[in-house]
Design a protein around this ligand. Structure first.
Ligand code: PEP
Ligand code: MN
Length: 363
């Protein structure tokens, strides 16, 4: 079921926006010089609309640079005055929020660690109530869509209509290429549940490394995201946080030049007709798939009854291994993705065993 949130489209509070939304700036503000130098370079690229800079940094382990603190807000004010860019920072408690509002920041965001804490989000919601500040909510570190939605709802119920979700990836549970794995299906589900919510991507925290920024950013646009928040620093080699993932502003421009921005929709009638025809074919194939699956499960049940008569266990490991091997080999020959086919048969097999154990245990 769709969730109704009272949200304003980005264009209503950022009229100059020429899709997509682009937010750039250093992970952390370190000095006034670093802040202003970065902003002066970034403003040269007219695609950048908002300057970001962390002032209070939620570090996973103590002892790392924890942010410059409220003096950074003065530097952000300076950036706004000098460049005309909108400015934003991360807030993680009521005090941060009060100070950031007092400094006149345009955008506040709730970091991934804070989104996971409803008390923290509520504390921030209580402070932003009655203002027209823009609030962006990063996904929580764990792929719990309800926590993410809950945080968005708390801010929206405080009357904030300029609301954006940021997909920054999730803590990986094993070694992965990316710092935070981009569980795209959580993003798709968020889109399905709240269709009017703008969602942007933070490729920096997903990638963890500069070299993956392009592929993640392009993927974000291919998936219809509304913009990007990318970390950019005038001299990343000496950055006090996230140095491996920050780009110098001229490299950000190069990256933006390479990205293909696709239309969400088109008015091209011929394209629409062709798409419609192909979708009809997909619908027919899906029907066949489901009929085949239903026929397969009917036989699974028959086998279950047969096993019951002969008092034989539901789970037959030899058969399972042989089945998996033959199906994945066949998938490979048919140029299908082996991992996909493996997961598919794992699900089917799991359900077959469940069905058969139910039959075995039936009085
Ligand atoms: C950040 O944007 O600098 C940050 C700390 O991000 P996250 O909350 O996604 O870890
Ligand atoms: Mn960072």
């Amino acid at each position: 079921m769709e969730i109704k949130l009272d949200i304003q489209p980005i264009k209503s509070w950022l009229p100059k926006i020429d899709n997509p939304l682009l937010i750039a700036g250093p992970c952390s503000l370190e000095t006034e010089e670093q802040t202003l130098s970065t902003a002066r370079l970034l403003v040269n690229d007219h695609r950048v609309q908002i300057f970001r800079g962390g002032v209070w940094k939620p570090r996973t382990r103590p002892g790392c640079f924890e942010g410059i603190g409220k003096i950074g807000l003065e530097w952000l004010k300076e950036v706004k005055k000098e460049t005309g860019l909108m400015v934003g920072t991360e807030v993680a408690n009521a005090k941060h929020t009060e100070l950031a509002l007092k400094a006149g920041l345009d955008v506040l965001w709730i970091g991934a660690r804070s989104t996971a804490s409803p008390f923290t989000v509520q504390e921030i919601a209580n402070v932003v109530k009655g203002t027209n500040v823009t609030v962006m909510v990063k996904n929580p570190v764990n792929p719990d869509i309800q926590l993410w939605i809950g945080a968005l709802e708390r801010i929206n119920r405080a009357g904030i209509k300029n609301l954006i979700a940021i997909h920054r990836g999730f803590t990986p549970f094993c070694e992965t290429k990316y710092r935070n794995y981009p569980n795209w299906k959580t993003y798709i589900e968020l889109r399905r549940l709240i269709p009017n919510l703008p969602v942007i991507c933070d490729p920096s925290h997903i990638s963890g490394k500069r070299e993956y920024l392009y592929e993640i950013s392009q993927k974000a646009f291919d998936m219809g995201m509304d913009g990007l928040m990318i970390e950019s620093h005038c001299n990343p080699d000496v950055a006090l946080s996230d140095k491996a993932q920050q780009l110098i502003p001229s490299d950000l421009t190069k990256l933006l030049d390479r990205l293909v921005i696709r239309e969400k929709k088109t008015n091209n009638k011929q394209f629409e007709n062709q798409l419609e025809m192909l979708r009809n074919r997909i619908d027919a194939i899906d029907n066949e798939l489901l009929e085949t699956l239903s026929a397969r499960f009917a036989i699974t049940k028959q086998i279950g009854e047969y096993k019951k008569i002969h008092n034989v266990v539901a789970l037959q490991m030899d058969r399972w291994k042989e089945l998996m091997e033959s199906r994945t080999n066949l998938a490979d020959k048919m140029k299908l993705d082996k991992t996909l086919v493996k997961s598919l048969f794992q699900l089917i097999h799991e359900d077959s065993v469940r069905m058969q154990t139910e039959i075995l245990d039936k009085e």
